[in-house]
Design a protein around this ligand. Structure first.
Ligand SMILES: Cc1cc2nc3c(=O)[nH]c(=O)nc-3n(C[C@H](O)[C@H](O)[C@H](O)COP(=O)(O)O)c2cc1C
Length: 367
């Protein structure tokens, strides 16, 4: 898979997830294999130019974290261009432009989804970036503002015309938020609208089978996975294997999930310090726990964690509590196993929804 001059090890991508896709998470995912390119949380171009501490922390990286794309948002062409030039000078592999963020704070200043309603202005802004950079520029969008305004195909074509190297498209409108089903036909319309560059489909991919269906039914060249990687950090490896061989690898065991969760925490501590890293992990650990089986005893305590020792104590107590749900082999008894994950677009029309993909609560709930 290629994005402009960049040759990627696979056609699977980690979607930007503000508040989560930091260096510790990316390294944890990369170590498990299968990923082609990871992207940072979205970064405000102006804050980056002002060398704002938080913005610089968002682009913190290391040699094991390659290839890396940084996602920028902003609506002032010069700022976007200069921020991208700065990223290029730092060895970043590509720059992604956020055109799909429905958060009011971003739309108010003309970035995010607002970009999709002003095609010419957006194309000019992007051209200025493409002309100035040697590294590829990509764009991430939703299908459009609402069902009456499906602008992604036109926008994608316009962006291809000014030299964008790839398009990422989340198969929902801004109005949809995270509700409803992914519109595979909408992603296919974007694929059909462009001539040469790859389109990467996105939305609700939580299993290798869902990735395959998205690739087959839309004609997209790659798949980008966000929340599916929370539930299952092995999804990239499992999907790559499935696409190559048709074989489904077994789900990770409880012990393996715990091992990776602890490794993730260690990296959070390394990058953010013990107390802050642990506090940030309060919202991460419950995602791992979603596949542990009964986990309220873990979640109740982990949302208060502020040290490594406390985390391990919580884990030890949880293991003791969890034992009541295990059979003689130490496996969860069938009735306590979490339901299989099924992507919105994989469900039978009238079937009761199973394994719905959660949307994180808190300041990011409108993503
Ligand atoms: C917590 C959260 C944060 C997100 N942050 C960003 C972001 O910074 N930039 C962006 O383009 N999309 C962001 N998104 C959207 C995701 O990249 C992705 O398009 C969306 O979650 C659908 O894919 P998924 O179903 O695989 O998660 C975010 C989504 C969530 C749930």
């Amino acid at each position: 898979m290629r994005i402009g001059p960049l040759s990627l090890p696979s056609n699977l991508f980690l979607s930007p997830l503000a508040g989560y896709t930091n260096l510790p998470f990316r390294l944890t995912i990369r170590e498990l294999g299968g990923i082609g390119l990871a992207t940072t949380d979205l970064v405000n171009a102006r804050s980056l130019l002002e060398k704002n501490h938080k913005a610089l922390k968002l682009i913190e990286t290391c040699p094991a974290d390659r290839p890396l794309a940084v996602q920028l948002f902003g609506s002032v062409a010069e700022e976007m261009r200069d921020a991208a030039l700065f990223l290029e000078s730092q060895g970043i592999a590509s720059v992604d432009i956020n055109m799909g963020c429905p958060v009011r704070k971003v739309c108010r200043v003309g970035g995010g989804s607002a970009m999709m309603t002003e095609l010419d202005k957006t194309a000019r802004l992007v051209k200025e970036m493409v002309d100035a950079l040697k590294i590829p520029v990509t764009a991430k969008m939703r299908l459009g503002w609402d069902d009456q305004n499906i602008t992604a195909p036109d926008l994608a074509r316009a962006l291809e015309g000014v030299g964008v190297a790839a398009i990422f498209v989340h198969g929902r409108t801004r109005e949809q938020g995270f509700s409803g089903t992914i519109n595979l036909g909408g992603i296919r319309a974007v694929v059909q609208a462009i001539e040469r560059i790859p389109v990467i489909g996105n939305g609700d991919v939580t299993t290798p089978q869902a990735a395959k269906k998205m690739l087959n039914e839309t004609g997209c060249s790659g798949v980008s996975i966000g929340r599916g990687a929370f539930y299952n950090p092995w999804i990239f490896l499992q999907t790559l294997h499935y696409l190559g061989t048709g074989e489904l690898l077994p789900e990770a065991s409880f012990e393996e999930r715990v091992r990776v969760m602890c490794r993730h925490l260690e990296r959070m501590i390394e990058v953010f310090g013990e107390e802050h890293g642990c506090r940030m992990f309060r919202k991460v650990a419950p995602w791992y726990a979603k596949r542990f089986g009964p986990a309220n005893e873990f979640n109740k305590h982990v949302v208060l964690v502020s040290s490594r020792a406390q985390f391990h104590e919580i884990l030890t107590n949880y293991r003791l509590w969890r034992a009541q749900f295990l059979d003689n082999e130490g496996e969860l008894m069938p009735r306590f196993r979490p339901p299989p994950m099924v992507a919105s677009f994989m469900q039978e029309a009238n079937a009761a929804p199973v394994g719905r993909v959660h949307v994180p609560k808190g300041p990011v709930e409108v993503w």
